[in-house]
Design a protein. Structure first.
Length: 74
């Protein structure tokens, strides 16, 4: 057990994850995320073009991401 950090991204809210991946996988992911969960909100910048003409970020406003603690032990 190396206890290495894992970064998981998806476009499914945590409350709907079990509907997509099943209860067992959702339970394992919840256990792995006990350290915290970082929700990113806003428009999909991949579709809108994430980089401006100079390769930097666009000027389109995007609400800040929110952090909340992950689920506790089951």
């Amino acid at each position: 057990t190396n206890q290495r950090p894992v970064l998981i991204t998806c476009d499914v809210l945590p409350t709907k994850l079990a509907d997509v991946v099943g209860d067992r996988v959702a339970s394992r992911l919840a256990e792995m995320c006990r350290g915290g969960l970082h929700l990113m909100r806003g428009a999909d910048r991949r579709l809108a073009g994430a980089a401006g003409p100079t390769g930097g970020p666009t000027n389109s406003p995007n609400p800040p991401a929110t952090s909340r603690p992950g689920p506790g032990p089951a």
